[in-house]
Design a protein around this ligand. Structure first.
Ligand code: GRF
Length: 214
């Protein structure tokens, strides 16, 4: 069982996908702790419903970012993987050095396109014909770490940011638990910017590498 910690700030639908993966026996992981920086996050309701331990740590309760992050590190304890699932804060090298190559994030675009906020709206505005989502390792740059897996989603002329976000989200809920499962299976090999999932099938559409369980 891979021990994971999940950081959230809002709705928590990606957290829900992890919970369901675990409850359905497809994801060999245990959520040791969920931490929200937002006391009103709906993600916390999901924790209550599923009996998952959670904590609220507000940035404004700490003068220095490092002290805020120290608190996160203390609460996370000995987790083997930290999953950012809609966590709206940028983590510093101080935090990241505590979990080397063990922090992952889900982002609703094909990075490096549309990094940062409002990725889906900016994709619609720009007029791209495909967008999608990415699970990547977190480094000190925003939405820019080594890519683990990406899913491609088409845009239609009638799309707005909400319809595109909804289409992308369906894949987020698959590639995130699948990525955690690859870590649980010990198949994630990292060399500089390149992440290889051992034994995975590459060269597939719409998700590369191919999903196995999700
Ligand atoms: C998702 O679109 C995720 O890609 C982005 O923030 C959103 C979080 O949604 N990083 P949820 O809280 O998991 O529902």
């Amino acid at each position: 069982m891979l021990k994971i910690g999940v950081l959230v700030s809002g709705r928590g639908s990606n957290l829900q996908a992890l919970i369901e993966g675990i409850e359905q026996g497809k994801l060999q992981a245990k959520i040791e702790k969920v931490i929200s920086d937002n006391p009103y996050a709906y993600a916390l309701e999901r924790c209550k419903k599923h009996g998952i331990p959670y904590a609220v740590v507000k940035r404004k309760d700490f003068k220095k970012k490092e002290d805020f992050e120290k608190e996160l590190i203390d609460i996370l304890g000995k987790v083997e993987l930290v999953v950012l699932a809609g966590f709206m804060r940028i983590l510093s090298p101080f935090f990241l050095s505590h979990f080397p190559q063990r922090v992952i994030n889900i982002h609703p675009s094909l990075i490096p396109a549309f990094q940062g906020l409002e990725a889906q709206g900016r994709a619609v505005e720009f007029g791209v014909k495909f967008s999608g989502c990415t699970v990547h390792l977190v480094n000190e740059d925003v939405d820019a770490g080594p890519v683990i897996v990406q899913a491609v989603v088409p845009l239609f002329p009638s799309d707005n940011s909400n319809t595109l976000a909804e289409r992308i989200l369906k894949y987020e809920h698959r590639i995130l638990p699948q990525s955690v499962q690859w870590f649980a299976e010990g198949r994630v090999k990292i060399k500089d910017r390149h992440v290889l999932i051992e034994g995975a099938k590459y060269g597939t559409l719409p998700v590369n590498p191919e999903l196995e369980k999700f």
